[in-house]
Design a protein around this ligand. Structure first.
Ligand SMILES: Cc1ncc(COP(=O)(O)O)c(C=O)c1O
Length: 401
């Protein structure tokens, strides 16, 4: 007997380009090949000791459910973190989520009905595609170009894509996968558009601390007049190198929207309880020095990427302004094939480099085929070695085609 059908959305949901090559990586490992992972934003820096201490001191007999909205200590400590950058929010405007991922899903399903549209600037964080499929929402892509550093196109181009089904504009700032940081003028333009068209502005600010060369990242929470339509999605995964804690948050000053988030939250009961104590302690006690040290570490890695790859023949990208990613044009026809080949057919002294093909970071078919995304999350020596292997691999791949 044949098995029952899989749902349409189950068929349609994309495989994450960050993870889909994992089986090839596992095979390479079985053959004894070691891999430099530039494909995934998994920081290598130790999770702060404040996290582990707080988790240990909150270990009780029963690992119980917590509040759906998250524990008060964490929500208050997040308000403290924002107030240090001059942004005033109240604990009842913050809900803790199971990762930034759940924050994005909740923001989509609370603002859109199935069939509604969200405008999004491509390339965008690839999993927005997957989240949109889960939500039954159409992501309407507006393409930004490498040549202008992936900054936003003119307002008229944005508004020309708004239809009666458009419910929101989704931005990722600083951007994964491009490293672009929007200027205040760009955000003000978006604030103006969402107000004029009565739609939401959803901002994924997971990388808000990672701004380079003295830049300041501005949150949409700082812009007047959009309190009722601004939603920020955030995470501790990158900020505190705590990807496995699975904690994020969603912030809005719109009370009805927050009530809706909480109802979704009640349906999934609560975010992980124990790590919330660790997160609260990190938000409370890590000082400016911690944030400065991680920014300078990633900026240094960004500079290594520039030294090793920028200006090489056939390779094109502008200097990333923040986050820890770059979207890079490479001289191949199909970066999917190249990324797979690096795992199946290539190594230097027992090592290869894994990158993410960029096609899945676009919604427009055919875009990104000659681009890869690199996450510069490795320490200096490993970064240099990973990039050297990538350059040699690129030459060999091209000469073998
Ligand atoms: C832009 C962006 N948003 C959201 C997420 C999801 O983060 P989390 O690990 O908190 O689910 C990521 C993870 O890489 C990301 O890069």
């Amino acid at each position: 007997m044949t098995s029952p059908n899989i749902s349409r959305r189950g068929d349609q949901i994309q495989e994450s380009p960050i993870r889909k090559l994992a089986p090839l990586a596992a095979d390479a490992a079985k053959r004894g090949i070691s891999i430099h992972h530039l494909n995934i934003g998994q920081p290598d820096i130790p999770t702060p000791v404040e996290f582990w201490d707080a988790v240990k001191s909150n270990m009780n007999n029963v690992l119980a459910y917590g509040p759906s909205i998250g524990i008060p200590e964490l929500r208050e400590s997040i308000c403290g973190y924002y107030s240090r950058s001059g942004i005033s929010i109240e604990p009842d405007e913050v809900m803790i989520t199971t990762g930034g991922s759940e924050a994005v899903i909740f923001s989509m399903i609370a603002t859109c009905d199935p069939g509604d549209e969200i405008l999004c600037f491509e390339p965008f964080y690839t999993n927005y595609n997957g989240f949109a499929t889960l939500a039954g929402v159409s992501l309407v892509p507006i393409t930004s170009s490498a040549e202008n550093g992936f900054h936003l196109p003119p307002s008229e181009e944005i508004t020309s894509r708004i239809t009666e089904r458009t419910r929101a504009i989704l931005i990722c700032n600083p951007n994964n996968p491009t490293g672009t940081i929007l200027t205040d003028t760009e955000i003000a333009d978006l604030a103006d558009i969402v107000s004029r068209y009565n739609i939401y502005l959803l901002a994924d600010e997971v990388y808000r601390d990672f701004a380079f060369d003295g830049r300041k990242h501005s949150s949409i929470l700082e812009f007047a007049g959009i309190a009722d339509r601004a939603v920020v999605m955030d995470s501790i995964s990158k900020r505190f190198s705590s990807c496995g804690a699975r904690l994020g948050n969603i912030i809005t000053r719109n009370k009805s929207l927050m009530k809706t988030f909480v109802k979704f939250g009640q349906a999934r009961l609560c975010p992980p309880t124990l790590p919330q104590y660790g997160a609260a302690e990190m938000y409370r006690s890590l000082t400016e020095d911690y944030y400065k040290s991680i920014v300078s570490m990633y900026q240094n890695r960004r500079d290594i990427l520039m030294q090793e790859l920028h200006g090489r023949e056939g390779i094109f990208f502008l200097k990333p302004e923040g986050a820890f990613y770059a979207t890079i044009k490479i001289p191949v026809e199909n970066s999917d094939d190249f990324a797979a080949w690096m795992l199946t057919d290539f190594s230097v002294d027992g090592w290869t480099t894994m990158v993410a093909p960029a096609e899945g970071f676009y919604a427009t078919p055919g875009m990104g085929l000659d681009e890869i995304r690199i996450a510069y999350v490795l320490e200096e020596n490993k970064m240099r070695s990973a990039l050297e292997i990538l350059k040699v691999g690129l030459l060999e791949y091209r000469s073998s085609r």
